[in-house]
Design a protein around this ligand. Structure first.
Ligand SMILES: NC(=O)c1ccc[n+]([C@@H]2O[C@H](COP(=O)([O-])OP(=O)(O)OC[C@H]3O[C@@H](n4cnc5c(N)ncnc54)[C@H](O)[C@@H]3O)[C@@H](O)[C@H]2O)c1
Length: 359
């Protein structure tokens, strides 16, 4: 492999240019080629990155450009075929979230990468964000007690997708954060929703994840909301954390609040819940673009052969949960049992961000 890892990016729509910008800025990498079916988009991005050779044909890019790695930032339904072609051509591959349209597709990509000794990573951006890193630390330090419940909202007007519903589009972020914070996989998934604009494609969904440890998480996703909301509440037995990703600096607040039941009481008159209201503190968050950390981590894994934090197995686990959501949606929100294969440890167990943060 050359000193500079040579990267080709396919997909120059909304998200692809952010990946191109970040790889372009990193020492140790060069964006050697870019690809998009739409000539107009390709020309626009090619004008900004004149060293990258533009292609409208992905197979031609794979055959002609001297690439070490490929980044797939196209619509979800194309992830599997593009990532498969990249892996078959011997390229380390970073695929945007969600990894593919089905667990079977994800499993095939994982096997291909393993058989060829290639890095396969999924673009779960929030696993590389400093606020999530800090919240994980706060939980692990025992500062908020035992995590009881997580509530997450990701709402805004659009961007409407044509091939996937709002749960597949937005909830992968929330699911990846929740599974990372709890270090476990849910065993029951419920999802309700409605398609108001495009027939058959839900634009609002409410999802619940129940965990074997009696913990619970709810995720509200919407493309039909006047305000942009990116909020998560982590309710602990001693304290509670509110994470607002739209806050420019003070993204995390830790509230010293809790409710306690008296351990003993003899008469109803003696029974009182005890509400504790204490201080609120705002941990300092180092400002670093999560996508920059993600791209750096991908290059590190390509160079060293280390397993990425957001590895293919995590990507497949998220897709398995999204499939369970679709099944539940189709039956009006009925619970779908989500048993992990016996003996299989959740790919979200254990940390990961510490490794990334220290890079
Ligand atoms: N990690 C994040 O925070 C984040 C944020 C936004 C989007 N995404 C993901 O990025 C991916 C792309 O999303 P987007 O919003 O940029 O979509 P988009 O529709 O804006 O752009 C996709 C681009 O891919 C091109 N394309 C499609 N098929 C192609 C093919 N076979 N060969 C070459 N080009 C092809 C299209 O012409 C289009 O320009 C999705 O998987 C999405 O979930 C991730």
């Amino acid at each position: 492999m050359s000193e500079n890892i040579s990267v080709g990016v396919v997909g120059c729509g909304y998200w692809g240019p952010n990946l191109i910008r970040n790889f372009d800025r990193l020492t140790g990498a060069r964006v050697a080629a870019i690809c998009d079916l739409t000539k107009e988009r390709l020309e626009h991005v090619a004008n900004l990155y004149s060293d990258a050779i533009p292609y409208t044909d992905f197979d031609k890019m794979l055959a002609e450009a001297d690439l070490d790695a490929v980044v797939v930032a196209t619509p979800v339904k194309t992830h599997h075929s593009l990532a498969k072609a990249a892996l078959m051509a011997g390229k380390h591959t970073l695929v945007e979230k969600p990894m593919a349209s089905s667990t079977a597709e994800c499993d095939e990509l994982i096997s291909l990468a393993e058989a060829r000794g290639l890095t396969l990573m999924v673009g779960n951006t929030f696993l590389y964000s400093e606020p999530i890193h800090r919240i994980k630390e706060i939980i692990e330090m025992g500062d908020i007690g035992e995590v009881l419940y997580i509530n997450s909202q990701r709402l805004n007007l659009g961007l409407f997708q044509k091939d996937i519903n709002v749960a597949w589009d937005l909830a992968p972020h929330d699911i990846s954060i929740i599974l990372h914070l709890l270090g476990e996989t849910p065993d029951v998934v419920n999802c309700q929703g409605n398609a108001h604009i495009t027939p058959g494609i839900e634009d609002i969904t409410n999802m619940s994840l129940s965990f074997g440890t009696h913990r619970f998480a709810s995720i509200q996703s919407s493309w039909l909301e006047p305000r942009k909301v990116r909020q998560m509440t982590i309710v602990g037995s001693r304290r509670m954390v509110v994470y607002d990703d739209l806050e420019p600096r003070e993204k995390i607040r830790v509230y010293d609040v809790r409710v306690e039941r008296p351990p003993h009481y003899d008469t109803f008159g003696e029974f009182h819940y005890s509400y504790h209201y204490g201080d609120c503190y705002i941990p300092y968050i180092q400002q670093e673009e999560p996508l920059q950390v993600l791209c750096k981590h991908f290059l590190h894994c390509v160079e060293t052969g280390e397993k990425p934090v957001s590895c293919g197995r995590q990507g497949a686990e998220l897709v398995r949960i999204l499939e369970a959501c679709s099944e539940s949606l189709a039956s009006g929100g009925a619970p779908v049992q989500f048993a992990a294969a016996p003996g299989v440890v959740s790919p979200f167990e254990g940390g990961g961000l510490k490794v990334v943060g220290s890079e």
